[in-house]
Design a protein around this ligand. Structure first.
Ligand SMILES: [Fe+2]
Length: 253
């Protein structure tokens, strides 16, 4: 298993507060059977900007401590703004493992008009966006076609383990299940912030994906390390599902 989203780096954002907590979070991941963690701390202009040197040093320290048991790769959870190309070229933001996939977070309650344009520009530069936890975005939850269109254009999506388990409420759980059924998710992440309630657990959610959509589970197992290594992946075709009741409302025209 690979955890594509976690705030295990200490004292750089609202995630781990110190090295002891980071170690606990990583030990928990090892216990779960996770083989690789993306250290994806927040990059939010003004609020959480990361110094590349300091960030990579901390990732490297953690990686060396646990090198025999788990791999840890540098990443970021980049907040979507219109100037991502400039930030990338200035070395202020970077991709997962410094390869070609970039974890990008949309504002929770908005789907900015420039989303498609920024993603298009990134793809022209050879960068594939991975949308962080789309199931938690209010606009996508109301209209899954917003996500479907982006996936059709070559964007990938990361789901939070807690979403499938109901930690963010019933509605997010329902959206998460729908996205899994439709093959609209490509990687899983814990979005861990501490060694308490928001820890690095992904195993139960991973098994839940297998119950809901075994083909997708197999696909994730086969492709997760290709994504870490920056190799191209061929996604599963998007599946149509029967829409009834509240689900029908999730597909606006
Ligand atoms: Fe996060």
């Amino acid at each position: 298993m690979v955890d594509f989203h976690s705030h295990i780096v200490f004292n750089v954002d609202d995630g781990s507060s110190d090295i002891a907590m980071s170690k606990n979070m990583i030990l928990n991941a090892i216990d779960e059977g996770t083989k690789c963690i993306c250290a994806s701390s927040h990059y939010i202009p003004i609020e959480f900007e990361q110094s590349k040197e300091e960030f990579f040093e901390k990732v490297d320290d953690l990686r060396q401590i646990f090198s025999e048991k788990i791999d840890i790769v540098p990443a970021l959870e980049v907040y979507l703004t219109p100037d991502l190309i400039e930030l990338y070229e200035a070395g202020k933001i970077w991709c997962i493992n410094e390869k070609k996939y970039m974890l990008i977070e949309l504002p929770m309650s908005e789907f900015p008009m420039y989303t498609e344009d920024v993603f298009y520009e990134l793809r022209l530069k050879g960068i594939t966006p991975i949308i962080a936890h789309p199931e938690r975005n209010i606009k996508i939850a109301e209209n899954i076609n917003l996500l479907k269109n982006l996936i059709e254009q070559g964007v990938l999506a990361q789901m939070n383990s807690g979403s499938i388990l109901g930690f963010y409420g019933k509605r997010v759980k329902e959206v998460a299940e729908t996205l899994i059924q439709m093959n609209l998710i490509h990687v899983l992440g814990s979005d861990a912030h501490n060694d308490g309630k928001r820890n690095t657990n992904i195993k139960t959610a991973f098994n839940r994906i297998n119950e809901i959509n075994p083909d997708l589970y197999e696909w994730i197992i086969e492709n997760q390390f290709s994504i870490i290594n920056g190799d191209d992946v061929e996604v599963l075709p998007i599946k149509k599902i029967k829409k009834a009741g509240f689900l029908a409302r999730m597909f606006k025209r």
